[in-house]
Design a protein. Structure first.
Lengths: 351, 345
């Protein structure tokens, strides 16, 4: 066993550098998902009637926008090895709060800001309980999942608030000029830049990866583990609330059951995009491709008059396949290094 | 050696792609079929979007729609969300816009939330007919009303009054608190109770959200809270079945009357075991049938949805469009032990 461990460690050092640059960029899990997305899009455009038209892009982006938004902070949270299950309920609560406050006479903008603040506070509660108190996030965030949803439904009952300023509801669905690109895409692009820089180009981001690989090691190398996780949970809560407000405006309706079940779609997309549920591995571009892949599949299948149950089954199978594929790969690599075979390191030095 | 590893990675990626392509292909063949039918029937492709799928009520209405569409050789499709939420309906309405179907027949989960999507469909030339549950009138061309609120409220109040002897406490078990039609009916029931049955008191209205378990629990709670309760009206098919299931196994069976809107197949065992004496409903199959013919008349330009337009609806005869683009199916029908055997839906 000791021999194997040492071997693994040695292989790791070589792994990143014993391939040419193009291989390191192209032969990754993220690229596999992006390739899959391209293939599915091409196949759908060629074979599903109505998919190839430009309006598809608008509907598709509008549909996946809440998932895209929440997937950004969720990616970071999952890379640290944690998870936030309360995102959809927080979006629902933000939606209802915006509605209730607008109905009570506050200007919509103020109501929206209050809702986003509540999202941040909700995230802070998670961010306090998980790293500071040291409870597992899976258990902790189930509480807010039920609590926020309960508050949302309790505040509004089963009624709906539909009276929002037209400027904002129109903006949520507006397109840029005569193109089919929704305006809301730019909100996402801004956040995308922020989160990409944060994760991939800052010490804070490298801290996120090291926490995911080993929380203890990260702590000893100077990463402020609690603070990092706290910030990530606050970000998740804030962006979820933002997504909830977008949701409200897009459908022009604040309801307690808005965004129900969205957390599973977000987590599914993040995992499909190549982020490891155990933490330490993943990249934003893979996650975006994962979200779009699920969106494109759902859109194409709906156009083919496939029922929602079948769409769920296909998404589920895809997710299982993606998880199994990565485990299978790991198993295959391990088998390669089993005794009796030439260790890879020697092979690369020799050849 | 390193090539082998890469090959394994690539192979796995390829395997996933192939699996997905296969799924894609399986879907394609399905589309091919739909497309062929659509072209054969000209413009008469009509897509039904019920509140949710897997709901026996909408299964029946879709059967009726299918029958009508087969008669005039159009193309029938039924799509919809698994759960009755408006945002999920929007995706399906958008899809119909992309497909460029002739007409959409929608039972709205929210009068406002799906409006923009419906108007977008209409801008793209799709005729929009709502049935069962309406949207705001400016979002659709026609609404096929299963029965007018007056008639439905009256038949249920008359039934419960007869069953409890014209006096005592009653309660209402409704669907969700913002269900368009249930609320309209309950309002009329209150008015009719006040004017014609002053000895009957409506003590509480509870909401089971058209969920079997919630409705079941709310029934139990009602009977606990109001020991003098003599009758329950449940103007929703899910509610009345859940309430009947609770009553039939409780001590209140036969002493607390239950009526409302239910389907014969759901209510058969409770009518036979004496839990329920009589209940009312329209025929959802007729509703779907009429909706399909109305959609056809709109597609063919025979009517535009103006008040006074008339169209023919196959076996159901001729119909006239009323104020606000509403077409009325007819009077509700009362089912009891005598006649329930004649129906199967």
């Amino acid at each position: 066993m000791t021999a194997t461990t040492t071997d693994t460690a040695t292989v790791r050092t070589y792994r990143d550098f014993d391939r040419p640059l193009w291989q390191r960029i192209l032969l990754t899990r993220e690229m596999a998902i992006i390739a899959l997305l391209v293939i599915v899009t091409i196949v759908a455009s060629l074979t599903v009637r109505g998919f190839g038209q430009p309006i598809t892009l608008t509907f598709l982006l509008l549909d996946v926008m809440p998932i895209l938004l929440i997937a950004l902070p969720m990616t970071l949270v999952i890379i640290t090895g944690e998870i936030d299950l309360s995102v959809a309920s927080m979006a629902g609560l933000a939606s209802v709060l915006t509605g209730v406050l607008t109905q009570a006479g506050l200007p919509f903008e103020v109501a929206a800001i209050v809702a986003i603040l509540v999202g941040a506070i909700g995230g802070a509660v998670n961010g306090f309980l998980v790293p500071v108190v040291g409870l597992p996030s899976l258990a902790v965030t189930i509480g807010p999942l039920a609590l926020s949803r309960g508050l949302a439904v309790g505040l509004l009952g089963t009624t709906a608030v539909t009276d929002f300023p037209e400027f904002w509801t129109d903006l949520a669905k507006a397109r840029v000029g005569n193109t089919n690109i929704p305006v809301v895409l730019f909100l996402f692009l801004v956040l995308l830049v922020v989160f990409t820089v944060l994760l991939h180009f800052t010490p804070f981001g490298r801290g996120i990866y090291s926490i995911g690989l080993s929380s203890e090691a990260a702590r000893f190398s100077g990463v402020r583990v609690e603070r990092t996780k706290f910030i990530l949970f606050v970000l998740t809560g804030t962006v979820s609330a933002l997504a909830g407000i977008y949701y409200t405006l897009r459908y022009g309706s604040a309801r307690g059951d808005n965004a129900t079940g969205l957390e599973l779609q977000v987590i599914a997309a993040v995992l499909l995009g190549g982020v490891s549920i155990f933490g330490g591995r993943g990249a934003i571009h893979g996650v975006i491709a994962g979200v779009l892949l699920i969106g494109v599949l759902a859109s194409a299948l709906r156009l083919a008059n496939v029922t929602s149950d079948v769409i769920n089954i296909i998404t589920g199978v895809l997710l299982v396949l993606s998880v199994v594929a990565s485990s299978f790969l790991a198993w295959l690599r391990k088998r390669r290094r089993s005794p009796g075979r030439t260790p890879r390191v020697e092979a690369s030095t020799a050849g | 050696m390193s090539y082998k590893k890469h090959r394994a990675g690539a192979l796995t990626a390829l395997a996933v792609s192939v699996a997905l392509l296969a799924t894609g292909c399986a879907v394609d063949s399905g589309t091919g079929g739909t497309e062929g039918g659509g072209e054969g029937g000209g413009d008469l492709s009509i897509t039904f979007v019920p509140k949710n799928l897997g709901n026996p009520y909408f299964d029946t209405s879709s059967d009726g729609a299918q029958e009508a569409i087969d008669e005039f050789e159009g193309t029938f499709a039924e799509v919809g969300p698994a759960e009755a939420s408006p945002d999920a309906q929007v995706s399906y309405i958008n899809t119909a816009t992309q497909q460029g179907v002739g007409a959409l027949a929608v039972s709205a989960n929210d009068p406002q939330a799906i409006c923009d999507a419906l108007n977008e469909a209409r801008d793209a030339g799709v005729k929009v007919v709502t049935f069962d549950s309406d949207t705001n009138p400016d979002c659709r061309d026609l609404f096929i009303n299963q029965a007018d609120a007056e008639g439905i409220a009256k038949v249920q109040v008359d039934l419960i009054a007869e069953q409890i002897g014209g006096a005592g406490e009653i309660a209402i078990l409704s669907a969700s608190a913002n269900a368009t039609n249930q609320n309209a009916w309950i309002e009329r029931m209150e008015e009719y109770l006040a004017s014609d049955y002053p000895d009957i008191t409506l003590v509480e209205t509870v909401y089971g959200d058209d969920d079997d378990q919630t409705s079941f629990d709310k029934t139990a709670a009602l009977l606990q809270t109001h020991p003098n309760l003599k009758g329950i009206i449940s103007p929703t098919t899910v509610g009345i079945a859940a309430a009947a299931r609770y009553l039939s196994t409780s001590a209140f069976k036969g002493t607390v009357a239950l009526t409302g809107l239910g389907t014969p197949n759901q209510m058969r065992e409770f009518v036979e075991d004496g839990t329920v004496t009589a209940f009312a409903l329209w025929n959802p199959a007729d509703l779907g049938y009429l909706t399909a013919y109305a959609a056809k008349a709109l597609i063919e330009g025979e009517i535009t949805g103006e008040e006074g337009d008339t169209f023919s609806a196959g076996k159901l005869g001729d119909y006239e469009v009323g104020a606000d683009g509403v077409v009325l199916l007819g009077d509700p029908f009362v089912f009891d032990a005598e006649n329930i055997g004649d129906f199967d839906f």
